[in-house]
Design a protein around this ligand. Structure first.
Ligand code: FAD
Length: 361
């Protein structure tokens, strides 16, 4: 049996961040069901990440990873005219368009370098509280083993695999899904260096350039609306994209050519209740899932990953009230996110009788 101070379940951005901050001080194990991060949607990193990466002494190393720079957002939202919000006026400067798999591989490697034990591929099977410790059963290639930990951090993403086993439940806030395709496209033209969104009657589009001359194209709508069922393959996605105005021009400008198949995933907001308890807490998407329109998910994963590490360290030092303080922090983040999101959706009033926009009015 492996004995540690802290077991972090999930080695995505939140879990790796928690582990790399804890490992120099506490015996830390970081486990993930997947042996290596794979390509996945979610690449726009907000400028404010600079402050968190600097606090964690990671910023210079992050820059050397060579992710693409993002100079701002452009949107067709609320009117047919594109509006640009440049990061020139942001005190944190520019943001980034990440190679997501490279970013997560790097965070895992930093956690290991700082002393964390990486258990991969290991799936969480069960959690029990015994004599003031967590007894966690993990399976590696089908073979079960046990980890004994004083503190547990659930950073297992939307599934919140540990917290759910401890009785927490998720409150879903809508039915948003994302349907996307990757492709290649020239790095020049009107889409270069910017994140772009365009509202349409039954949802909204997103496109962003990625490192290495790649680009992602994504459509967001509600799972129960006909539009979600209509986009069954890449050809249908491209067909619907060609009905837009500015997005179509960006695709044409960069000569977008889809490569690979269609991706579909849940993209709705949701919140875990409760997100902390005696000797455990949830970080990142396990605690709050953000509507991708906010582009705050990664920032929140880094922030709550760091906050989770600090809370775990305080708990292990004998400080009382750690769970309550952490829950209050997550509540504040959730309130601020909801206010901002509602403000953004209310900014689009062109299709007030369409179900997608009625639900968000
Ligand atoms: C469509 C879409 C677009 C997005 N776009 C953006 C964007 O542009 N910018 C942005 O900032 N955010 C974006 N996000 C949000 C962002 O991707 C997430 O907030 C971020 O991935 C959260 O990181 P995390 O570490 O909490 O969870 P995850 O990245 O989901 O990591 C969870 C990890 O836990 C592991 N795991 C799960 N279950 C188990 C188990 N039982 N045992 C062991 N391991 C397990 C998984 O393998 C995974 O590695 C987007 C999200 C969606 C859905």
């Amino acid at each position: 049996m492996l004995e540690v101070d802290v077991l972090v379940v999930g080695a995505g951005p939140a879990g790796a961040t928690a582990a790399l901050n804890l490992a120099p001080m506490r015996r830390t194990a970081l486990m993930d069901a997947s042996a290596a991060p794979h390509e996945r949607i979610g690449e726009s990193l907000a400028p404010a990440a600079r402050r968190l990466l600097t606090d964690m002494r990671l910023f210079d190393e992050f820059l050397r990873e060579g992710h693409a720079l993002c100079y701002g957002n452009r949107a067709v939202w609320g009117s047919a005219q594109p509006v640009e919000t440049s990061f020139l006026s942001d005190p944190d400067g520019h943001g980034w368009h990440l190679d997501r798999a490279r970013f997560e591989t790097w965070l895992r490697a930093v956690a290991v370098r700082r002393g964390a034990t990486l258990l991969i591929p290991s799936r969480l099977e069960s959690v029990q509280r015994e004599s003031g410790r967590w007894k966690v059963t993990v399976s590696t290639a089908g073979v079960p083993s046990e980890v004994s930990a004083r503190f547990l951090i659930d950073a297992g993403g939307r599934a919140a695999p540990a917290a759910r086993r401890l009785g927490s439940s998720r409150r879903d806030e809508d039915r948003l899904v994302c349907i996307w395709a990757y492709g290649c496209g020239s790095v020049i033209g009107r889409g270069a260096g910017f994140t772009f969104v365009e509202a349409v009657e039954d949802g909204w589009w997103y496109t962003a350039p990625l490192p290495g001359g790649r680009r992602v194209l994504a459509f967001h709508t509600d799972a129960d609306l006909p539009a979600a069922r209509a986009v069954r393959d890449v050809a249908a996605l491209l067909g619907r994209a060609s009905e837009t105005t500015e997005l179509r021009a960006i695709q044409a400008d960069c000569g977008f050519r889809a490569s690979g198949g269609l991706g579909v995933c849940a993209a709705h907001g949701s919140v875990l209740d409760p997100c902390a308890g005696e000797a455990w807490l949830a970080a990142g998407d396990a605690a709050i899932c953000f509507d991708p329109l906010s582009a705050q998910g990664l920032l929140n994963a880094l922030f709550t990953g760091l906050a989770a590490a600090e809370a775990a360290d305080r708990y292990l030092s004998g400080v009382f009230g750690v769970a309550a303080g952490y829950m209050e922090t997550v509540c504040q983040i959730h309130r601020a996110y909801r206010d901002r999101l509602e403000f953004c959706y209310r900014g689009e009033t062109r299709w007030m009788s369409a179900p997608f926009w009625q639900r968000r009015a």
